[in-house]
Design a protein around this ligand. Sequence first.
Ligand code: NAP
Length: 222
Amino acid sequence: MDRPFVFINCAMSADGKISSVLHSQVRISSRQDLARVDRLRASSDAVMVGIGTVLADDPKLTVKSDELRSDRIKRGAAPNPLRIVADSLARTPLDAEVLGAGCTIAVSKAAPADRLRALSEKCEIIVAGNQQVDLAQLMGILSEKGVKRLMVEGGATLNWGMICAGLVDEICVYLGNMLIGGDQAPSLVGGAGFSNDFPKLELISFDLIDGGILLSWRISRR
Ligand code: NAP
């Protein structure tokens, strides 16, 4: 099945954490890096996060720069990329910032009907998978909807699900000059973890940004 080009973008501390033990948002990116993330969003057809990130951070996932939004309009695109949440049981709160035109909640067949009814007034719904969102099936559906370039913005569990299913082409990480620590603090990739057959990364580029390093890797097929 066809799927979009998929890349993960994340900000991580020098000790590999993307958030603290409180699982709330930690500002790791510098101002210059945030502008880079905005450009990446503007260059994508869709942006996706897991429900854990919606519950923890309540992100809007929109393009912040007026200039980048008008550039998108000039080339015939919507002002913002599609915003997608992987949310098997339709737990997205009805007042979540991500909801509204251009938002799609990807759910599984296990999502309660009343939640689906309420959410469908505020966004599109895609059903893929029985108990949990089938990410490969979701990628196929997004591809059919014209999504060619998908930016995954975490968190740790969704990153794992996407990598484990072999659905990620590249990973961009801003390695910030700070430490977070904590055994329970999420790292770049969570989930069950690999015990063998570890995916290998090929370094594409590295750049110094505001005292941190931006690393881009290509991920090998498992
Ligand atoms: P997450 O990865 O955002 O969401 C995970 C949830 O996605 C799962 O629990 C699952 O819930 C749902 N999901 C649906 N289908 C899935 C599938 N096939 N595979 C995997 N997950 C699937 O949540 P998280 O791991 O708790 O990460 C959230 C943390 O990351 C927060 O602390 C946030 O601040 C941080 N974060 C940091 C950055 C950064 O760049 N530093 C970026 C984003 C987030 P259901 O089973 O209910 O569907």
